[in-house]
Structure formats: structure tokens, C-alpha cells
Design a protein around this ligand. Structure first.
Ligand code: GDP
Length: 444
């Protein structure tokens, strides 16, 4: 039998109100023990909570949810108490005295999943919503909590079952009742499904970036002004600025909000050859981070750029020619020529000028919006989804190639379905047979 769990639902510390929840078969008895008789379900009721010795703990609003009409699907309750640490501690102690167990992280949502209240992707949506710091993260998480991925999965699954039904019919009933070209008819169904999955896989990256942050790497030679630019952009002293080259020895990531999206800005160790082992490791990590980043900003000291090593850049990257305050006159220079040859946008600025930093911020916001905003929210949003979608795609592509062996093709389609089912945590093989019989009228 499942046990009854409890936990504070609000953060520790002082607050106007704190919420403690319970869930499980013993929830009703616990409410009675603490608050007298059970309140009417789903109605906020003011009660004095008392511990085992009859001493008052607090006056609280009590909410009682009779299973299965609750978040977890079990009997559940909430106590809304005054948010002082001693009140919450007293209530938790009284619940522990009733032999209820403190919940593990995520255990309420896990029970909701196990009781069919949420699918796995929706449960992930709950976690993302709690983590959301930006508008874009919130919208994406809410969409996932609303079951967007589950709905897409249901649609993909229908195509898959249709194809599988055709394959299986051709294998199991190779007589005149089944059209001879049935397997051939499965191909366009598979091909269109593959197209949809490819689209979803291509879009996962966007979802992951919205969740985790758009990664921007500042790269360039020591002393070009990377730390100064990072601090100016982040609006605080996040990196150590010094006049000695080679002081930034590791990758420093600073979370920022850009146009409603989360971004991670990293100051990377100056790119130069060095004998210092620790610095060399810093340079290696900097290169790896920069290669993986969504945007690289090559920072160049405009006053002395003759020796600037050109980093690996991509067409949408940026080149900042810094220290414009020290340089007068025409735009000539080694870095400018290199950047133009790479077709990279060049911005001349001084990291010390607030107006220049504002203009740079706007340029960055445009890039984030271009990369992450779309007409639709991405359906899949994390590595787990990407891996399962890729596995399903691989299986379906193989099935498409197995012209002569319909049994093997059917098996691949089945395994693709299993991969998709794992996205929402659902496995349901009965559907396949249902489809075979309903669409081909076999065995009537
Ligand atoms: P990093 O090694 O690339 O991170 O470079 P820092 O940010 O530590 O800057 C190196 C030096 O250049 C520091 O002394 C900064 O104060 C100076 N510096 C940064 N930006 C500017 C600028 O726009 N103009 C001038 N004149 N000096 C700058």
C-alpha cells in the first residue's frame, strides 16, 4: 500500500502564508487529527490546527481534496498557515508524529504521473514552470504542461499505427482479403511521419535553448576588453577586470535576460599560446565553450590589433572592435579585414561608453529573438525528447528501406512507436490490433 506523504509546498523562510501539503490514503485521517472533522472537499475552511497533545499550532485555511479529484489523484490536503518558520516546523512535526512520511523531491508529481493525472512530458512541464525565470521559459513550460508534446505524440502515433497495421496485415493475412499493395501504401504514411519527426528534432534545440539559455561566448586575445564588456552587459562586476593579460583562466558564465529570453554570457580565457598549464587548460575550455555557443563575439583591441588571432567564427557571429576611444580616423586594421572576409558583422565601440553598450545589447537581443522566437513554440524541449525522437526517426528510416522484409520493417515501426511512447511514458500495444481489424475488416 502507498504511504501518506507530506511536505512544505512553499519556500523556506518568512512569508505571509506557507503551504504544507499531504497526499495518500492517510490524508483524511491526518486532517481530522489536526483540524477536527473533514471540511467539505475543495472549500477553503478556517480551522485551528492542534498537535497530538491538543496544543494549538496555528489558525489555518484547510483544503481537502478527495481522490481521485486531486493533483496526485489520491486523497490530499493543503494547510495554508502563517509563514513563520516556527509555525511550519510545528506543523511538520505534528504530521511526522502521525507517522506520515516527509515526501521526496518531486514525489507529489510522480504520484500524479503514476495515477494518470499527467504524462511524463507534462510532469517535465511542471518542473520547467517552477524553474522558469523568463517570459519565454514560462510560456514554453506552460505549453508543455498543457500537454502539447503529448498531443503531438498522439498524432505521430496514429500515423505509426496506421503504417504498422498495413505492414502487419500484409504479413499475417497474405490472402485476397488484404489489398496486395498494402505495404506500398504504408510508405507515404511513414514518409510523412518522418517529415514531422525531422521537423520536431530540428526544433528541439530551440526548446533546449529557451530552457537552458542562449549561449554567447566572448572570445579574443587577452586584454582586448572581454571582461569589461561582460561586466558592462551584465550590469555588475561578474568578471575580474585587470590590466595583466591572461587573468581569466576559466569560463565564467553570467546568466542574463535578453528580450524575454534567458542567455548565458561567458567570458572565455584569452586565446593565445601559453606555457602555463593552468592557463592552457583555460584556453582549451574556452575554445570548447565557444565552439558550442550559439553566438560568438570576437572582441578585438582596436588600438593594437595587429597580432589578434582570428578565432573560428560562424556567419551570424559578431566582431567588436573595442577601445574606439583610443583610435581616431579611418577604419583600417587587421581584424576588420579578417572579419569582413568571414562575412561577420563588425561593430566599433568603446566598452566604457554606456551608449555603445546599449547598442550592443540591442544587437544581441535581435540575434536571440531571430534564433529562438518562432511562429510556434517548440514541441520538444529537452535532450530526453531529442534522443527518443531521433531513435524513432532512425527506426522509421530503416523500415522505409526494408522493402523486401515486411516483418523486419514492422518490427522497426513497432520499436519506433515504443520510443515515442517513452516520451509520455505510455505503452499500449492493443491499439495496433484494433486498427488492423477496424480498417481492414479482417476476421469479420
Ligand atoms: P580581457 O582580458 O579581454 O578580459 O580584457 P579586460 O576587460 O580585462 O580589459 C583589458 C584592459 O583594457 C583593462 O585595463 C580595461 O580597462 C581596458 N579597456 C577595456 N575596454 C576599454 C575601452 O573601451 N577603452 C579603453 N581605452 N580601454 C579599455
Amino acid at each position: 500500500m502507498t504511504d501518506t506523504i507530506f511536505a512544505p509546498a512553499t519556500a523556506a523562510g518568512r512569508s505571509a502564508v506557507a503551504v504544507v501539503r499531504l497526499s495518500g490514503p492517510g490524508a483524511g485521517a491526518a486532517v481530522k487529527a489536526l483540524a477536527g472533522k473533514l471540511p467539505r472537499p475543495r472549500e477553503a475552511t478556517l480551522r485551528v490546527l492542534r498537535d497530538g497533545q491538543g496544543r494549538a499550532i496555528d489558525q489555518a485555511l484547510v483544503l481537502w481534496f478527495e481522490g481521485p479529484s486531486s493533483y496526485t489523484g489520491e486523497d490530499a490536503a493543503e494547510f495554508h498557515v502563517h509563514g513563520g518558520p516556527a509555525v511550519v516546523a510545528g506543523l511538520l512535526e505534528a504530521l511526522a508524529d502521525l507517522r506520515l512520511r516527509l515526501a521526496e523531491p518531486g514525489e507529489f508529481t510522480r504520484r500524479a504521473f503514476e495515477n494518470g493525472k499527467l504524462d511524463l512530458a507534462q510532469a517535465e512541464g511542471v518542473a520547467d514552470l517552477i524553474e522558469a525565470e523568463t517570459e519565454a521559459q514560462r510560456r514554453q513550460a506552460l505549453d508543455q504542461l498543457g500537454g502539447a508534446l503529448g498531443q503531438a505524440q498522439t498524432r505521430w502515433r496514429e500515423g505509426l499505427i496506421e503504417a504498422l497495421a498495413m505492414f502487419e496485415a500484409a504479413v499475417d493475412f497474405p490472402d485476397e482479403e488484404v489489398p496486395a499493395d498494402v505495404a506500398a501504401r504504408a510508405r507515404p504514411v511513414l514518409a510523412s511521419l518522418i517529415g514531422e519527426l525531422e521537423h520536431a528534432v530540428a526544433d528541439v534545440k530551440r526548446g533546449e535553448r529557451v530552457r537552458e539559455g542562449f549561449r554567447i561566448a566572448l572570445v579574443g586575445a587577452p586584454n582586448a576588453g572581454k571582461s569589461t564588456i561582460l561586466n558592462a552587459l551584465a550590469g555588475r562586476e561578474a568578471a575580474i577586470v585587470t590590466a595583466t593579460p591572461g587573468t581569466t583562466r576559466d569560463v565564467i558564465e553570467v546568466p542574463m535576460r535578453l528580450a524575454g529570453y534567458k542567455a548565458l554570457l561567458a567570458d572565455t580565457a584569452g586565446l593565445r599560446d601559453t606555457r602555463d598549464e593552468i592557463e592552457a587548460e583555460g584556453v582549451r575550455r574556452a575554445r570548447a565553450w565557444a565552439n558550442d555557443a550559439d553566438l560568438r563575439i570576437w572582441v578585438v583591441d582596436g588600438a593594437s590589433d595587429a597580432a589578434a588571432t582570428v578565432p573560428t567564427l560562424h556567419p551570424h557571429d559578431l566582431c567588436l572592435i573595442n577601445k574606439a576611444d583610443l583610435v581616431q580616423g579611418a577604419e583600417t586594421g587587421h581584424a576588420l579585414v579578417e572579419a569582413r572576409a568571414l562575412n561577420v558583422e563588425v561593430i566599433r565601440l568603446s566598452a566604457w561608453k554606456p551608449d555603445d553598450i546599449s547598442a550592443l545589447l540591442m544587437a544581441l537581443e535581435h540575434r536571440v529573438v531571430d534564433a529562438l522566437a518562432g511562429a510556434e513554440l517548440p514541441t520538444a524541449t529537452r535532450l530526453r525528447h531529442r534522443e527518443l525522437l531521433s531513435e524513432a526517426l532512425e527506426r522509421l528510416n530503416r523500415a522505409l528501406l526494408l522493402e523486401d522484409d515486411l516483418e523486419l520493417a514492422a518490427e522497426d515501426v513497432r520499436l519506433a512507436g515504443r520510443a515515442l511512447d517513452r516520451i509520455t511514458g505510455r505503452i499500449d500495444p492493443e491499439d495496433v490490433l484494433d486498427r488492423v481489424f477496424s480498417s481492414f475488416c479482417i476476421g469479420k
